[in-house]
Design a protein around this ligand. Sequence first.
Ligand code: PMP
Length: 449
Amino acid sequence: PYNHILKIRKQNFSPFISTYFQKPLLLQQGYMQWLFDYEGRRYLDLFSGIVTVGVGHCHPKVTAAAQKQLGRLWHTSPAFIHPAIHEYAEKLTALLPEPLKVIFFTNSGSEANDMAMLMARSFSQNVDIISFRGAYHGCSPYTLGLTSVGAIKPRIASGSSCQTTMCPDVFRGPWGGSQCRDSLVQTIRKCNCTPGCCKAKDQYIEEFKNTLHTVVAKEIAGFFAEPIQGVNGVVQYPKGFLKEAFQMVRERGGVCIADEVQTGFGRLGTHFWGFQSHGILPDIVTMAKGIANGFPMSAVVTTPEIADAFTKHLNHFNTFAGNPLAGVIGSAVLDAIKEDGLQENSQETGSYMLLKLAKLRDEFEIVGDVRGKGLMMGIEMVQDQDSRQPLSLKEVNLIHEDCKDMGLIVGRGGLFNQTFRIAPPMCITKQEADFAVEVFHAALSRHME
Ligand code: PMP
């Protein structure tokens, strides 16, 4: 069916949606961390449908739960009460600290962040919202104002009053601070946290303070941050940065929003939520992608106080939100994460893989940075490690394609689309991590020949 499908694509799809490879992959099936194409070839999936299939493709228990519910009841609308979504709400909010206990269901990451913006504005009675340059918070008219990668001229299209501030990117930012990331990255870089790199954090904080003073009106509505930036190429901030930034935002009347669309549900290993690894407590948490392993669902969790202000000002309604099928699938996903020990595996296999990948940096001058946490990693490609100039797209594409031809599906991201992103289903084993590193090694070696 390959040529026929490509013909339909050409006629009826927007060319904007890239298919990654010169010869696009036509997939037929998936099982756990594996994908299979129409010609019967098998690929280790290092990208999970953009950091979404957390517990594995067609996970047997999630599939069985969905199939059972499909024969009973799909949809009722939020005006009716069904146990599935209530039991799920109780189970999910139990995983969040007090006072984050009130949940709203939506259908995508963009919708969840749209809602969080409405909440921030209705609670604070202010307008301005801030996000980092390089952030990705969605593609709806509202969230486009917060997004500055992955979409074209988002701020013009959005027309909404959002402001961006410098991302404290420890690799690309002007003051570095790479040692400050976390202990594993310190090990990789063979360095300790020095006064110099802590100073970098202070400089980023000073810059953040400047934005608050100069760009934003006196008081602000909210501040959005991904605990680790995903689309921007797995960008990490200096340790302690978010904690100080949250404090400054709150001093000016704003609420703090953690966008856990990529970092939640155990992916970062040490904690269930990304914000926990920064030692911070957000006022609003948004989640999507891994929440339902690929089924369209998302959620916003907030405090009773913010929820009250929001519902007082807006009669919010969403037809599909929290349907019984979504509740059953979400619940089965939480069970799978627990029963299969997936958060623990993210920590263990993620650390194992990061250390192995980091060795590529010692061997290949075009590997600029290897970073990440748990099973969310990035390899940033450069012309050479001194200049840090991005490797040309043509070269990155060739390496990417070569990995695919050897059975490895890798993600892409970053400002120049030059960062390989690694976020496999969390059931990946160490043996498979070894295979992935060998494939990267072979592709890089071949490229340098
Ligand atoms: N937030 C983050 C951190 C994301 O990575 C994304 C999607 N890449 C979104 C929000 C938007 O999610 P969706 O595509 O489901 O609207």
